[in-house]
Design a protein around this ligand. Sequence first.
Ligand SMILES: Nc1ncnc2c1ncn2[C@@H]1O[C@H](COP(=O)(O)OP(=O)(O)OP(=O)(O)O)[C@@H](O)[C@H]1O
Length: 266
Amino acid sequence: MADAEALIDVRGLEAWYGKRRILADVDFRVEPGEIRVIMGGSGSGKSTLLRHVLGLHRPSAGTIRVLGVDIAHADAAQMLDIRRKIGVSFQGGALLTSLSVGDNVALPLRELTTLDENTIRIMSRIKLEVVNLGGFQDLMPSQLSGGMVKRAALARAIVMDPKLLFFDEPSAGLDPVVSAELDELILRLRDALRMTIVVVTHELESAFKIADTITVLDQGRVLMTGTVDEVRNADNERIQDLLNRRPREVVVDVDAYMKRLTEEDA
Ligand SMILES: Nc1ncnc2c1ncn2[C@@H]1O[C@H](COP(=O)(O)OP(=O)(O)OP(=O)(O)O)[C@@H](O)[C@H]1O
């Protein structure tokens, strides 16, 4: 497939927080219509990669093209255009507790479009139907269960019919049944609405169920990108450790450790 067709095309990405390198030489391409899962242990750099792709951080090195635009060099109008075409459902970005479910879902339409109120209401209700929350628009977030909150946040993320949807830890804090329902919903969004979806998850079962392709991150590097079967059968000790939940052996460089403790801004 030609390069121009990738919706996300990250090459050679490097990211630093202070003196620590968090991502090194990351290549990450997402093709239209796929569900890509980003897997990796805690602190492997999954959120940092997403933050760069969303234009929240500038890369220290490398290029990031999203929907054909080099986002490190995009102007405000280009960024706004991209934001309109991207849906985001992040763990931290929960519903606003002071707004009804319907008003939460309508938020992107009110902030990013000039549509009239009637159209906004109809569009948000349709998206609530899509996530099986039809008729719940007048409830407050505090009246919803954990799974319903996730689905309402998903309705908000897709209310603008994004080409690209980012979903951070959909299963976090949910019981297995509710989590499985959410997986089904993600698959339906890809199939029915033809969205391209990037999901970050710790849940192996969920990852294997929804992913077309998986990118495995470890210590800020991409260990591999492949299909579910390719990742499952990977001849790579670290990947097998992650799949079998074996902890990494800790190798401590004592001199470097002492130096870090005694240097400022370590
Ligand atoms: N704002 C920050 N300042 C300094 N270091 C940070 C910052 N954000 C993250 N880090 C560090 O960068 C590394 C990667 O963090 P990141 O949140 O990207 O990992 P993650 O794979 O998303 O982890 P988790 O699954 O626990 O959310 C971690 O070592 C973390 O401590």
